[in-house]
Design a protein around this ligand. Structure first.
Ligand code: HEM
Length: 156
């Protein structure tokens, strides 16, 4: 059971981190290089609409599986030794993961909502500003995600 949850956790992390990697190193620079601003904004609205739903699902899976692994292991440690101690890397992952979820909430419910409204209303400067904010927050989550993974793998 634990191994299955860990596999689901890993799959959700790969979907989210892989999607951000593709967006940042391929999709964004390529569309900036070959597309005009307006069709690019329309394309990004359609791309983000799909990718962000996948991220929402990944977050539910990461939270449920991560919470179960963290909570279950702490309980088992408390029962065995009297102390509910887990590796430092797990605590760092939980803290950084929580921060990533909050930042994504801001991306989706604030930045993307604004971007979509601006594209629908053909307010291109507003859309460009919202897209810039989304980009900065995605870069932040990209860095935090790798830091969380490094922490869980490297910190005892
Ligand atoms: C509340 C948020 C989170 C919690 C509570 C959590 C909890 C955990 C725990 C307890 C483990 C260790 C499992 C073990 O070694 O037996 C783990 C591993 C891992 N987590 Fe998280 N996590 C969270 C968020 C994230 C996020 C946001 C990502 C990346 C996007 C992520 C990616 C991973 C990866 C790649 C592993 C390593 C799996 C392996 O060893 O193969 N986690 N997580």
């Amino acid at each position: 059971m634990y191994d299955l949850l860990k596999l689901l956790h890993l799959i959700a992390a790969i979907v989210w981190m892989g999607g951000m990697t593709f967006m940042l190193i391929a999709l964004r620079p390529a569309t900036l290089a070959v597309m005009e601003a307006q069709p690019r904004a329309v394309l990004m609205a359609a791309v983000w609409q799909r990718f962000f739903v996948a991220v929402l699902i990944a977050i539910v899976v990461l939270l449920a599986t991560g919470g179960y692994m963290f909570g279950g292991s702490m309980k088992a440690a408390r029962e065995a030794t009297g102390h509910g101690v887990v590796p430092l890397g797990w605590t760092v992952m939980t803290a950084l993961g929580g921060l990533m979820f909050l930042i994504f909430g801001h991306i989706y419910f604030a930045g993307f909502a604004k971007f979509r409204r601006a594209v629908a209303a053909a307010q291109w400067p507003v859309a460009a500003k919202a897209a810039g904010q989304i980009h900065l927050l995605v870069v932040t989550n990209f860095v935090l995600g790798w830091a969380a993974i490094a922490a869980v793998k490297l910190l005892a």
